[in-house]
Design a binder for this molecule. Structure first.
Ligand code: ADP
Ligand code: MG
Length: 233
């Protein structure tokens, strides 16, 4: 029964999102159409800039579709018993490259005795990348992004901390809504995707933020979850 309810909820969520995605894709499409029209009319000098805008808007449309598809996908998750540390370590080179480009730095502090858990490595990486990128995007040059893991008897947690602009209190409740973004080039699908990944792993995600000081996202998974033992079989 619970599975059935989950399934229905997801289906109606997908329906609602199909409506919003249509809306979201129309925006960049309208911009592209406008600039293609200008290309036809204007001097060759301004064309360079128009091509750039058109490419950017096409990329953005593509990003919206990709993020939306990962969110709507409802495949059976292949879970394996593994350490979160391994998923993090795999994406560190990628994050280092990102941080370097921005003149920021990355601090990674993984608890060596972190217990394993049932997880889908691909999804974990997708979640970590989204949270880490948000952190970097919230910071200027010299900002430090810190990623760490900890555990208790029942839980493993990952902290993703930035020294960025922080999140105003009134925005907090909208963070996980599809298409909520404060960025001109944002899709607003990163956090909803993270939330759905965390939920599929029966975890929880918390946010603490201080304006002008920074933000920390804490993702916690129960490692004594009895369902997980069934999955191993
Ligand atoms: P996007 O990154 O495309 O805007 P997300 O769903 O990833 O979409 O994030 C939604 C919004 O939440 C962001 O636009 C930003 O306003 C806010 N946000 C998320 N993470 C952070 C962070 N680490 N620091 C400050 N604001 C954040
Ligand atoms: Mg994002």
């Amino acid at each position: 029964l619970r599975d059935e309810v989950d399934r229905m909820e997801r289906l109606s969520l997908v329906g609602q999102m199909a409506a919003s995605i249509t809306h979201e894709i129309r925006n960049p499409m309208a911009v592209i159409r406008g600039f293609v029209q200008l290309l036809q009319e204007r001097s060759p000098q301004s064309q360079h800039e128009y091509y750039r805008i058109i490419m950017e808007e096409l990329d953005r449309t593509n990003q919206i579709i990709n993020d939306f598809l990962s969110l709507a996908q409802n495949r059976e998750l292949k879970m394996e018993f593994a350490s979160l540390n391994a998923s993090i370590q795999d994406i560190v080179p990628l994050l280092l490259a990102d941080a370097n480009l921005r003149g920021q730095s990355l601090k990674v502090n993984l608890c060596p005795e972190l217990p394993g858990m049932m997880l889908n490595d691909r999804e974990m990486k997708q979640m970590l990348l989204n949270l880490a990128r948000n952190g970097m995007e919230a910071m200027g040059e010299k900002g430090v992004l810190s990623i760490s893991t900890t555990y208790t008897e029942q839980e493993v947690s990952i902290h993703i901390r930035d020294e960025g602009v922080g999140i105003p209190q009134e925005k907090m409740k909208h963070l996980f809504e599809p298409f909520f973004t404060t960025k001109t080039r944002g899709t607003g699908l990163g956090l909803p995707l993270c939330l759905s990944i965390v939920e599929r792993h029966r975890g929880k995600i918390e946010v603490q933020s201080a304006e002008g000081q920074g933000t920390v996202f804490i993702v916690t998974f129960n490692i004594l979850e009895p369902d997980f033992e069934h999955n191993t079989a």
